[in-house]
Ligand binder design. Structure first.
Ligand code: RBV
Length: 422
């Protein structure tokens, strides 16, 4: 019997329509892999728990895992990204789901615990909250080998696991799916990149002629900068990494410390993976330009100092869906998107299905790989095998009708050899 706690079962019809829209744009995950999984059942007898944004794209991943024979449990990876119509559709399809839009921090962890109580064998996380909870509260699942291995979807989660690994406290084999080329060069650069439109959804604002500050110049933020520039904005980059700062400079952007940008910034968008990109001080808040739009596209809500902005506010007024007008004691107004949470997921619907197809194609094939190799996996971070990364790339190209060259034997030997030189 399907287990669930969701907002409203009556939304199932609408949710199924949503799933259908995504399905047509996810040929790798939905057609090629799901059809093979349905025949071969590589995940038979395996329980998979996913702590992911519960969107129409994630729902299609869940369907593919289920087609492969897995028993799937889902919970949300962000309190505001769950699409309630999607959860209703999933329940109708006998996929277990504990998620609803707008849950509290306490409810968020309750949902994670419901999934872990089912004793899953594979955990697919987005941000590391579920796997960290497993280490803290369900260590027996790790010690007795119930959890075979884990997969992480996002940069911030991988960062947390690298820290755990360094401290010797990561007790599971962990695949950083985010770091596969087929993931971060598409989902992160194009998906998060295109997420700059969240500021448009939120405030219906014109980018052309605006000073748009993009904090960070990694995969996500460099994609955002390119798109903001394409919309006609004057883009200013802030960085802490000298090489990334140079890349931004040579790509033709202005680069400067964030504090120097505040008085001219019309829109500030963060995706750094770090905290307090704008320092949480009155001095910094006083520097902000009247009317500035603040949006975060990184995983957690601490890049923009949301809590401190709320504390400093004289008045907080919701003015549109997921947008608040915040008036400071000095009378200045700032417009905060999505309470500082992932604006690309809260204000729009998450990254488009076309790129999630690659991320979730990888997640599907990695689940199969883990089951096949379960007897030889060791705790620690293990890279996604190149063959699987390449396979998803080939499948995506094939689905788009794009052909590429293959190396001749002579070329292969040249590329892999050293003898031929001047
Ligand atoms: N993300 N998922 C979606 N439509 O389901 N959109 C974005 C979706 C993931 C993306 O892979 C990114 O790394 C992560 O959300 C950030 O939490």
């Amino acid at each position: 019997m399907v287990k669930y706690k969701i907002a409203d079962e009556s939304l199932a019809e609408k949710g199924l329509e949503s799933l259908y829209i995504a399905e047509n744009k996810m040929p790798v995950t939905v057609k090629v892999i799901r059809e093979r999984f349905a025949k071969e059942k590589p995940l038979q007898g395996i329980k998979i728990a996913g702590c992911l944004h519960v969107t129409k794209e994630t729902a299609n991943l869940a369907r593919t895992l289920k087609a492969g024979g897995a028993e799937v449990y889902l919970c949300g990876s962000n309190p505001l990204s769950t699409q309630d119509d999607v959860t209703a559709a999933l329940v109708k399809e006998d996929i277990n789901v504990f998620a609803w839009h707008g849950n509290t921090d306490e409810e968020f962890y309750w949902c994670i615990r419901q999934c872990l109580k089912e004793k899953p064998n594979i955990l697919i996380d987005d941000g590391a909250d579920m796997i960290v909870t497993a280490h803290k509260e369900f260590p027996e699942l790790i010690e007795d080998g119930t959890i075979i291995a884990c997969q992480e979807e996002t940069t911030t989660g991988v960062k947390r696991f690298k820290a755990m690994d360094k401290q010797g406290i990561l007790k599971v084999p962990l695949y950083p799916v985010n770091d596969a080329r087929c993931k971060n060069q598409f989902d992160n650069e194009l998906g998060t990149g295109q997420g700059v439109v969240a500021a448009i959804y939120g405030m219906h604002v014109l980018f052309a002629g605006k000073n748009v500050i993009i904090a960070g110049y990694g995969h996500c933020s460099s994609g955002m900068a390119l798109r903001a520039r394409g919309l006609g904005a004057n883009v200013i980059i802030t960085e802490v990494d000298p090489i990334k700062a140079l890349q931004a400079k040579f790509a033709g952007y202005q680069v400067m410390p964030i504090a120097d940008t505040l008085s001219v910034a019309d829109i500030i968008l963060t995706a750094t993976g770090c905290k307090h990109v704008i320092a949480p001080t009155k001095g910094m808040f006083d520097k902000l330009k009247d009317g500035v739009i603040l949006g975060n596209l990184g995983h957690f809500d601490i890049e923009i100092p949301t809590k401190e902005i709320y504390e400093h506010a004289k008045e907080i007024k919701p003015i549109r869906k997921d947008v608040e007008e915040i008036t400071f004691p000095n009378g200045k107004k700032v417009y905060l998107l999505a309470k500082g949470r992932l604006a690309n997921l809260v204000l729009s619907e998450g990254h488009p299905a076309e790129v999630m197809d690659m991320s979730f194609g990888l997640q599907s094939l990695m689940s199969e790989y883990i089951v096949k190799n379960k007897d030889s996996l060791k705790p620690g971070i293990i890279n996604v095998p190149t063959e699987i990364d390449d396979q998803v790339g080939f499948l995506k190209l094939q689905s788009m009708g794009v052909k590429i060259d293959t190396l001749t034997e002579e070329q292969y030997n040249y590329i892999h050899g050293y003898e031929e030189g001047t």
